[in-house]
Write a protein that binds this ligand. Structure first.
Ligand code: ADP
Length: 614
């Protein structure tokens, strides 16, 4: 297939001028009839890899996807772009289901999305055997693997279904999960034949990464959101309880926040998700139950209120920001207690009940190792992007200039005196009591807290009581963390972990060893999510275009990003097209959308220009 034709289609239907890395080889292989496995991070553009072949191949492309809630939007987006598409899942009434199959038999659709459970129903099997199916794309292919966190038993039936067709079409499997176990499972369990396996760069240059350690996460969140009221974002919490608390707090302060977790009714989950999708609620507070395949492209920030259990989850969740390529932020709010909570959960996990105790122990060990890497991310002073990419086995420059650590210059601080105070406080506690004390109590003792428990225990009688009165509690906690990392202190592993000094602590207390901590100077101000692109764009014009988009989306009953993505609006505001050929130059504008919306947006630009011409 000629390159020109593919690129023409990419522009004509989807409005993109060039393929992204990985897209073209995967498309070519599928067109040549070869199976493929595409491993690309969220937002890299996996859909194009099967949608372009779908347009070029004669028959139907089946897209198997577990994300029922998304299918409608995906089909709407394709239809808007001029591709005949339909979906089949449990949300259709029986009559509608029969109607879709009837139309499909008559060749009405180029692309059909289907939920895996539907593949094996009699009506569908009989349809599939008589129809011309040219390509089968399996989205979120990691769902076939028990190693992945999203295992779906119905995915195990896909291979059988494909074999049962009169002629097995080429298959494309797509996922954002890169580990070898999962990749091997996908090839084996989906029955891929000598697939072209392509893993594309995991870097997402438009994402800004940051780890913050605020004294109060809530206060931090409020001031962060105040500065971003016009933008949409997700706040991930580790527990349902936190979701409830954070969401209620934000609502009380007047933010349009909504919530999502597995404890809500289906109905409420659906409503809340839609409110977020349609920008009626700007902030989604959720557990990790929210999101697989959230296709909202204008998410400008993802904040993690708690640290996730591993880097895979973190990168997948954070990656839901900025899918349209516009600048977006990923902030993790770190507190050492998050690590302890996660360790506790892993050690006491009773998931995987079908496994033997030995297998469970292996998984637990693996999960603990992953947790260590995740905690390392929160504490590292090196480039955060470099840390992430190295974790996923990719080479990358040592500095990205688009993360907090690169923006802040680091400095070495000598904290020997502070370390001596902390260590001697703990030594004295060890001498005086035969039980140890937790981090909190030690911090309170050092800051001279009048807390009832401290006084009851007589900690105010220790000579080290109040010796760090002028230092903030969070700073002392960070120092303690550092002393644990460096092996001067240990924290026991039980339900109420307590601190103990090690042999090595004596070097600092008595032998003049210095303790140095590498810490950030105050960072330069991080840009707001769209600032990097917006430098060339008039904010007022952008807002006017965005308001028009919102109006149109409401009238048509589709989410705003289905009309145009943020990246497209930014480019439009920068290029300010007023005639159709100019409008077609805007990134993300294809023929269909230019015809459909061009006039309204250009009118908006003309009016803005006139009001600014004097
Ligand atoms: P994934 O499924 O990999 O998470 P999508 O297929 O949803 O990603 O694509 C993410 C975004 O990238 C969409 O907004 C899409 O329009 C955009 N995109 C895809 N391919 C290209 C391309 N070649 N050039 C520019 N943008 C693209």
């Amino acid at each position: 297939m000629s390159t020109i034709r593919k690129e023409e289609l990419l522009k004509q239907y989807f409005g993109h001028t060039a393929f992204r890395p990985g897209q073209e080889p995967l498309i070519d292989a599928l067109l040549q009839g070869r199976d493929v496995l595409g491993v690309m991070p969220t937002g890299a553009g996996k859909s194009v890899c099967y949608q372009i072949p779908a347009l070029l191949l004669p028959g139907i492309t089946l897209v198997i996807s577990p994300l029922i809630s998304l299918m409608k939007d995906q089909v709407t987006a394709l239809t808007q772009a001029g591709v005949a598409a339909a979906y089949i899942n449990s949300s259709l009434s029986y009559a509608k289901y029969v109607e879709v199959l009837r139309q499909a038999r008559q060749g009405a659709y180029t692309v059909i999305y289907v939920a895996p459970e539907r593949l094996t129903t009699d009506a569908f099997v009989s349809f599939a055997r008589s129809a011309q199916i040219s390509l089968i794309a399996v989205d979120e292919a990691h769902c076939v693997s028990q190693w992945g966190q999203d295992f779906r038993p119905s995915y195990l039936k896909i291979a059988e279904f494909c074999q049962s067709l009169p002629q097995r079409p080429p298959m494309g499997a797509f996922t954002a999960t890169a580990t070898n176990e999962v990749k091997e499972d996908i090839v084996r369990l989906l029955g891929l034949r000598d697939p072209l396996t392509l893993t594309t760069g995991f870097d997402r240059p438009n994402l800004y990464f940051s780890v913050e350690t605020p004294d109060s996460k809530n206060a931090w969140l409020v001031s962060y959101l105040m500065a971003r009221q016009e933008q949409s974002g997700i706040i991930y919490c580790a527990t349902r309880k936190n979701v409830e608390k954070v969401c209620a707090d934000l609502k009380r302060r007047g933010f349009t926040a909504t919530r999502y977790h597995a404890g809500l009714t289906d109905e409420e989950r659906r409503t809340n998700q839609e409110d977020f999708l349609y920008d009626r609620a700007r902030v989604m507070v959720a557990t990790n139950a929210f999101g697989m395949g959230i296709d909202k492209s204008n998410v400008s920030y993802v904040v993690h209120y708690n640290m996730p259990k591993n880097m895979e989850s973190y990168y997948q969740e954070a990656g839901r920001a900025g899918r349209d390529g516009a600048g977006a932020e990923c902030v993790l709010l770190y507190a050492p207690a998050d690590v302890r909570a996660a360790r506790f959960l892993i050690s006491n996990s009773d998931e995987n009940e079908n496994l033997t105790e030995e297998e469970r122990a292996v998984i637990r060990e693996r999960d603990l190792q992953r947790l260590v890497k995740m905690a390392g991310y929160c504490k590292t002073t090196e480039c955060l992007r470099h840390y992430i990419l190295r974790y996923f086995g990719e080479q990358s420059p040592l500095h990205c200039q688009n993360c907090r650590n690169c923006r802040a210059s680091m400095a070495e601080y000598d904290i020997t005196t502070e370390a001596q105070k902390i260590l001697s406080c703990i030594v004295r506690v060890e001498r005086k009591y035969d039980f140890g004390l937790g981090v909190m109590q030690i911090v309170r003792t050092l800051t001279g807290s009048k807390d009832k428990r401290i006084l009851e225990l007589g900690l105010d009688q220790l000579p080290t009581y109040g010796t760090m009165q002028k230092v903030e509690g969070t700073t002392i906690r960070r120092y303690i963390d550092h002393l644990i990392d460096r092996g001067y202190l240990t924290l026991t592993e039980n339900k109420y972990p307590v601190l103990h000094t090690t042999e090595k602590a004596k070097d600092v207390l008595f032998h003049g060893e210095k303790v140095i901590i590498l810490d950030r100077k105050q960072p330069k101000k991080a840009p707001s999510a769209i600032a990097s692109d917006a430098a060339y764009v008039d904010k007022e014009l952008y807002n006017a275009l965005s308001a028009l988009r919102y109006k149109i989306a409401n009238l048509e009953g589709v989410p705003a990003f289905v009309v145009f993505s943020n990246a497209t609006l930014l480019d439009m505001a920068a290029k300010q097209p007023v005639i159709q050929p100019e409008f077609l130059q805007v990134s993300g504008v294809g023929n269909r959308k230019a015809e459909r919306y061009g006039e309204q947006f250009m009118q908006c630009i003309r009016e803005w220009r006139e009001s600014h011409s004097s």
